[in-house]
Design a protein around this ligand. Structure first.
Ligand code: HEM
Length: 154
């Protein structure tokens, strides 16, 4: 169960990044070219947020199953001094939660805006901030705190 969740969570990261990047690209181009906000733009706004929410759910389940998190909470004082445990137990969950809250607010606000330009601009502002946080909180293979592979296999 744990290794399947970890594999799913690792792969899902790419879906989160690709949908956020593409939604941002469309919104930026739409804003720059002053074009109308189409059904496809709206679908990407919605799906980028939904995919981030699914990743959040997988992340929460993983948090409850992870041996790393279990050992952090078994001996918290010593655990937080361990870079990998502190990263996943505090920084990763904290930054990802903030990022997904920003996506949720941005998506809801863009939906409620009355002009197409405002819709695009709201997506650009909120989704780019969230993307930056997500990028910082991903355990990339080159991360000094917790290096994990680009593609995980079972
Ligand atoms: C957009 C949001 C997120 C992204 C892109 C993301 C991405 C990742 C990646 C790439 C890994 C490394 C997987 C591997 O070892 O191959 C990871 C590990 C982990 N993530 Fe996330 N994550 C996100 C949100 C969350 C959230 C919200 C939680 C907790 C509620 C969470 C909990 C964890 C845990 C516990 C691990 C490490 C598990 C272990 O090594 O035992 N993640 N995440």
């Amino acid at each position: 169960m744990y290794s399947v969740l970890l594999l799913l969570h690792s792969l899902f990261r790419w879906l989160v990044l690709i949908t956020l990047l593409y939604t941002l690209y469309r919104a930026w181009k739409g804003y720059r070219n002053n074009r109308s906000f189409t059904k496809t733009d709206n679908a990407f706004r919605h799906w980028a947020a939904t995919i981030a929410h699914i990743q959040l759910m997988i992340g929460f389940t993983l948090y409850l199953k992870s041996p790393l998190i279990k050992s952090l909470f078994a001996r918290f004082k010593e655990g937080v001094r361990h870079p990998e445990m502190a990263f996943f137990g505090i920084a990763h969950i904290g930054l990802m939660l903030v990022a997904i809250v920003i996506i949720t607010i941005g998506s809801a606000m863009a939906k409620r805006k009355t002009t197409d330009r405002e819709k695009f601009l709201t997506i650009v502002r909120y989704y780019s901030l969230a993307l930056l946080l997500i990028f910082l909180a991903i355990p990339w293979p080159f991360s000094p705190l917790a290096g994990r592979p680009y593609i995980r296999t079972l």
